[in-house]
Design a protein around this ligand. Structure first.
Ligand SMILES: Nc1ncnc2c1ncn2[C@@H]1O[C@H](COP(=O)(O)OP(=O)(O)O)[C@@H](O)[C@H]1O
Ligand SMILES: [Mg+2]
Length: 303
């Protein structure tokens, strides 16, 4: 299926702004870190049939790109991230990291999930040291490296605390430090801020942008929050469901460095409208509209 035409409004931002065009030109010239080639994943259903979770996905992420993936629930986002991480195998197609096929998990791919996945029996420092020690690093050096990462996520003061003593946002900052400590080429994040309250979530988004600016890492970040995707991403891959396919790759025209004030800018709103159109297309026929069932008595109408 060919991607629908880009709305004039968003396309206009690309044409009119040489700075935006130049930014994406430069991004495309950077080396490809992640390449997804014709990726398909089907699952057997209990009824003996097949669900096509992902069909013929093709895209690339470039060095130090921040790519967001967005799509309705069930469109295959978690399936895709598991394939990228090497935790699952494709039915057909390939995932390449720096040109090498991905097979099995490996420290060059860091992961952060929504659920808190810290080891409860290890301190904050112990959690960040874990991957380094597993990789064979001597414990003195692992400790000094882990402390640098804790400094980056501003949690040095909490190095001796246990996960149960931390707030949700702090736990996710430890998880980010732990994932980055082994110097992965790519950081895979599956709705990492989904369980946080709105204020902490906004804070974490700004933190993540600061961290990303200071680290040589490509990020693939899954979310179903439109504002979060636009605020964070260079490009947004919009997926559709049943089967999961690429619907459009959107270059976000909002300039960097980003700040919360940009949520109200015309570029931001145009991008938001475009994604909204893709994810929530207008109902095609009157027959698909919800039936109206009146449960109120006449005379108490609301707008
Ligand atoms: N292990 C599995 N076995 C069978 N079906 C699965 C499995 N994992 C995912 N699916 C199906 O694949 C589709 C995509 O799921 P998922 O990747 O979790 O979507 P998302 O993360 O976008 O909500 C869904 O229809 C889901 O039921
Ligand atoms: Mg999911």
């Amino acid at each position: 299926m060919s991607a629908p035409a880009v709305t004039t409004e968003l396309a206009d931002y690309r044409r009119q702004s040489p700075a935006v065009a130049e930014r994406f030109q430069k991004l495309r010239e950077r080396p490809v870190v992640l390449e997804v080639r014709d990726l398909t994943r089907t699952f057997a259903t209990r009824q003996g049939g097949e669900t096509v979770a992902l069909r013929s996905l093709n895209f690339c992420a470039h060095r130090r790109e921040f790519m967001c993936l967005i799509g309705p629930s069930g469109c295959g986002k978690s399936t895709l991230i598991r394939l990228l991480a090497g935790l699952d195998e494709p039915t057909s197609g390939q995932v390449l990291l720096d040109g090498q096929p991905v097979s099995g998990p490996c420290p060059d791919r860091g992961m952060v999930f929504q659920g808190y996945t810290l080891f409860p029996w290890r301190t904050v420092l112990g959690n960040v040291m874990f991957g380094l020690e597993m990789g064979g690093m001597e414990s003195g050096r692992a400790k000094s490296e882990a402390l640098q990462w804790l400094d980056l996520v501003n949690l040095t003061k909490f190095k001796d605390a246990y996960p149960a003593q931390l707030s949700g946002g702090m736990k996710q900052r430890v998880a980010i430090a732990r994932a980055l400590a082994t110097n992965p080429r790519i950081l895979l994040m599956d709705e990492p801020f989904g369980a946080l309250d709105a204020q902490t979530r906004a804070q974490m988004q700004s933190y993540l942008l600061q961290i990303w600016r200071n680290v040589d890492v490509t990020i693939v970040f899954i979310t179903h929050d439109l504002d979060e995707a636009i605020y964070l991403a260079d490009r947004i891959l919009v997926l559709k469901a049943h089967p999961g396919e690429v619907q459009e790759l959107i270059e976000v025209p909002v300039p960097r460095p980003r700040g919360p004030a940009q949520f109200a800018t015309p570029e931001f709103l145009a991008t938001r409208r475009r994604i909204d159109e893709l994810i929530h297309p207008p109902l095609e026929s009157a027959g698909e509209k919800l039936p109206i069932v009146r449960l109120t008595v006449v005379g108490d109408d609301v707008e």
